[in-house]
Design a protein around this ligand. Structure first.
Ligand code: HEM
Length: 627
């Protein structure tokens, strides 16, 4: 009894001391926030800390239920400019006892932060788990990052994009075969979210690593041939589990990437011992993919040593070559650096593009006029040529100048895959910056999030000049209106390019958008981030998306599936007015899901909901309506 009281007493004292310490830290952070001159809100925990990320699903509903109704749509609703509007400033702070987090939606401030790499480094503690296979260019800073960037940048030069283009043509045709087969079954609705994820994975495997993965629906006799790559240095992977493995390459890769958050829980060894199946599967996937990469590494190292070139990008070969690792005495680069980079390129390069294609298709299904204009532009460029005759150098620049690029840019404006780009200030090193001509100070030790809200900040996005293009009750910045990117006249101002101190770090050349399209104010359009730590795969992703649009929309249209509201037979007997009614119900629901069911763990995705789409031959559409 006495012992129990003692334990209870000690626990209560420790809790009381902890609470006092938290209160002290909160007061200190509030005082710092006040000195910054920016508005602030209080939060119970650092919402970007590991503790919160791992347990937010538990706390969020409890905290929400405690909030008054007026605050339920609080400042952390993830999308849109609303939070900044509520705070009355394009920069505001969220203060918790552990951290000050600064949210930024001002273009000029964003540019100051992205160009001052040493003053505003990435908060590396957020990227620790990406080191599963080794250090890499996402999880490092300073001279380590320069080494990784120099090693990877050559693989992203303009000359390698042809391979990305061709690989995308190949895999998008496989995707279409899957979707058209689906059209002949009783359930005609496409599972676009998971199919586009596969699509992106297979492209990055092929274009990035020269590993050709076969689609499950093309694995049988006869179809196998269509997916073979005429390159003997490729490594072929399918659904078979080779000797010495527990999972196929395809399974290991998708289990690993789709459940990456669980790797934060501990090592693969520990995960494999967890009572939860998902943990054990991820644990196995981590070791399995590592083992596959080891094997690919050895094959590629042998190819480099024997002077065998693969015919394109093959990041692995390029990484091995750039590292000088074949002569181990001559290099400080380790094998783990190569595997670490291979992994993050795979990670960074697949969900982002997959979601962008997924969201573009949904938006186009809701905006027939834009879809039609996209199809017309694709037809003008392609001129009925068979896909085998499409050429990267000729066709990509054209696709990049008209409606396909406008659709891509607009999707990335509204649903930017990385919704908050993290930066920081070092502890004890507050940083001065200017906003609206006034000097401010960013506190030291802060997390900074360059918010996708800047994409909807009305300061930077002109309303349509034509009154007919305006929509009552919908803010123009919240609308999918790809036509905003198409210019009537030539632009007269160019982007001011960053003055890179070292061209080798730069990666892909060229600007975010074509010079023939609308040029946003610098810092106001940052789907690929900006400055030194901007996305090295930007051109890779642009090539993938535009090539996919060309393949899909040269032959097909996408439509919202309306089965929740009417059967196919009912629709077939409807007049146009009834069709529109039923379509509007599906479109309203889609709009609602996009607003309420997209959330970000690593990238923004539709979570816990599906938006069913259908593919129909061009000219055979049922629903030609606009939201
Ligand atoms: C629509 C597609 C994509 C979007 C929107 C996107 C966006 C971004 C953003 C916002 C960043 C900065 C992240 C940060 O600072 O934390 C980034 C970095 C990066 N991205 Fe992408 N990305 C896309 C596709 C790709 C692809 C296809 C690859 C590779 C094949 C790739 C590889 C990387 C890498 C390696 C970095 C880190 C660069 C560095 O820190 O030096 N991304 N990306």
């Amino acid at each position: 009894m006495a012992l129990t009281s003692l334990i209870l007493g000690a626990t209560a004292s420790i809790a009381a001391v902890q609470l006092l310490l938290l209160y002290r830290d909160l007061r200190r952070n509030i005082a710092i926030a006040k000195r910054s001159g920016f508005p602030y809100v209080l939060t119970p925990a650092n919402v970007f800390g590991v503790f919160w990320l791992a347990t937010f699903w538990f706390w969020s509903p409890i905290l929400r239920s405690l909030l008054p109704a007026s605050k339920k749509d609080g400042v952390f609703s993830e999308l849109g400019y609303g939070p900044f509007e509520k705070m009355g400033s394009d920069v505001f702070l969220a203060v918790s006892p552990a951290k000050i987090v600064c949210f930024v939606a001002d273009a000029d401030v964003i540019t100051q932060i992205t160009t001052r790499r040493n003053d505003f480094p990435k908060p590396l503690e957020m990227y620790g788990r990406l080191d599963i296979y080794g250090k890499n260019l996402v999880s490092t800073e300073g001279s380590d990052w320069r080494m990784h960037r120099k090693m990877t940048a050559p693989s992203f030069g303009e000359r390698n994009n042809e391979l990305v283009f061709n690989e995308t043509l190949h895999h998008t045709q496989s995707l279409l075969r899957l979707w058209t087969e689906k059209g002949t079954t009783s359930d005609k609705n496409l599972d676009v979210a998971s199919d586009t994820m596969r699509w992106a994975l297979y492209i990055i495997s092929g274009a990035g690593f020269n590993v050709r993965v076969n689609w499950p629906h093309e694995e049988g006799e006869g179809k196998q041939k269509a997916t073979q790559k005429p390159n003997e240095s490729s490594v072929m992977m399918g659904s078979e589990v080779p000797a010495g493995h527990e999972m196929s390459y395809r399974e290991a890769l998708s289990e690993l990437l789709h459940n990456i958050m669980w790797t934060m829980m501990g090592s693969p060894k520990l995960l494999k011992k967890s009572p939860m199946k998902v943990h054990r599967t991820v644990g196995t996937a981590v070791s399995e993919w590592g083992q596959y990469m080891d094997e690919v590494y050895e094959i590629k190292k042998e190819q480099v040593t024997s002077g065998k070139q693969s015919d394109g990008m093959d990041l692995f070969q390029a990484l091995i070559r750039a590292s000088g690792i074949v002569d181990e005495k001559q290099t400080i680069v380790k094998k783990s650096d190569i595997l670490g980079n291979a992994f993050v390129l795979m990670l960074a390069g697949h969900e982002t593009t997959a979601n962008s294609l997924h969201f573009s298709l949904i938006y186009l299904a809701m905006h027939w006029s834009s879809q039609k204009r996209l199809q017309d532009d694709v037809s003008k460029i392609i001129q009925g040529r068979p896909i085998e005759e499409w050429k990267y150098e000729e066709d990509f620049p054209k696709l990049f100048q008209c409606m396909p690029a406008a659709v891509m840019n607009e999707t990335l404006r509204l649903l930017q895959p990385v919704i908050n780009i993290p930066k920081s200030t070092a502890p004890g090193r507050p940083q001065p910056f200017t906003m609206n001509g006034q000097q401010h100070t960013m506190p030291g030790g802060a997390h900074i999030l360059l918010s996708c809200a800047v994409h909807r900040n009305p300061k930077y996005w002109p309303e349509p000049s034509n009154e007919n293009d305006k929509k009552a009750n919908v803010r123009d910045t919240d609308r999918f209106r790809p036509e905003r990117w198409l210019l009537d006249k030539k632009p007269n101002a160019d982007f001011v390019e960053i003055d890179y101190d070292d061209e080798e770090l730069r990666g892909p050349s060229g600007e975010d958008t074509s010079s023939s399209l609308f040029k946003p104010v610098k810092g106001s359009y940052i789907p690929f981030s900006d400055g030194y730590r901007s996305c090295i795969g930007r051109r890779f992703a642009q090539v993938e998306l535009l090539a996919a649009f060309a393949v899909i929309f040269s032959q097909y249209s996408v439509e919202l599936a309306v089965d929740e509201f009417a059967t196919d037979d009912e629709v077939a007997n409807m007049d146009d007015e009834s069709k529109e009614k039923v379509w509007r119900k599906a479109a309203d629901k889609t709009q609602h899901l996009l607003q309420n069911k997209t959330a970000s763990i690593i990238t923004l995705q539709l979570r816990g909901a599906k938006i069913p789409l259908r593919l129909v031959k061009r000219g055979e559409e049922t629903f030609k309506f606009d939201l």
